[in-house]
Design a protein around this ligand. Structure first.
Ligand code: ADP
Ligand code: 5GP
Length: 203
């Protein structure tokens, strides 16, 4: 495997998607892992680009076939990362962005993939988080309430991550995330052709 994995989590509404789109447009060599989900598409979301939108039956079949590197139930929907497509992206030399929740990140952490870096993006505060979630206008009231309730739980997992950053000013957050990725690319202990292979810890 040539590319690294960047596992990125945040409470819903923290601005992760906005940040990732900016960073991916500005930094070459990054590929986005398109997850499978049973959630309904939001207006503007495209199948195969934002997610692979599938039925519950389809999702169950993929679980049974062992096709997921990780999967989890998040906010009453299922989400999963396809093992084969991540491997193909990384083998092709791209660094792969996994936009996954705290449960999925824990599964990846337990796999002990040496070339994976874990980044948690926090909002400036819960009030601002709710403002952003409502401001996005894509969720109804009960979904916002559920996502806010889950946010408090997700924030407690932040200390498990190697990098913590706050998305307050968007421009500064873009710079911080880019800097983390650039530094990780130079980190000798995570070098794809380095010690990881010798230790047999590679994917
Ligand atoms: P997530 O992917 O984490 O659920 P989004 O990227 O969809 O969040 O962002 C949620 C809302 O917050 C969007 O309307 C987005 O435009 C807005 N937003 C994102 N980052 C910031 C920021 N730094 N300051 C203010 N608003 C932001
Ligand atoms: P949303 O519905 O807002 O797109 O995403 C909800 C949550 O699901 C976010 O925390 C997002 O990171 C997470 N998520 C998206 N894809 C995956 C995945 O493949 N696996 C896991 N575990 N979580 C995912």
């Amino acid at each position: 495997m040539k590319g690294r994995l960047f596992v990125i989590s945040a409470p819903s509404g923290a601005g992760k998607t906005t940040l990732l789109k900016r960073v991916m447009a500005e930094l070459p060599g990054l590929a986005f892992s398109v997850s499978h989900t049973t959630r309904q598409p939001r207006p503007g979301e495209k199948d195969g680009i934002d997610y692979h939108f599938i039925s519950h039956d389809g999702f169950r079949r993929m679980i049974a076939a062992g096709e997921f590197l990780e999967f989890a139930e998040v906010h009453d929907n299922f989400y999963g990362t396809n093992r084969q497509s991540v491997m193909a992206q990384a083998k092709g030399g791209s660094d792969v962005i996994l936009d996954i929740d705290v449960q999925g990140a824990e599964i990846i952490r337990n796999e002990r993939i040496i070339s994976a870096a874990h980044i948690f993006i926090a909002p400036p505060g819960l009030e601002e988080l709710e403002r952003r979630l409502r401001g996005r206008g894509t969720e109804d009231d009960s979904t916002v309430t559920l996502r806010m309730k889950n946010a408090e739980q997700e924030m407690t997992a932040a200390s498990e991550y190697q990098y913590l950053m706050v998305n307050d000013d968007l421009g500064s957050a873009v710079n911080t995330l880019k800097s983390i990725i650039i530094a990780e690319r130079a980190a000798a202990h995570r070098h794809p052709d380095g010690r990881g292979i010798e230790l047999g810890l590679h994917l």
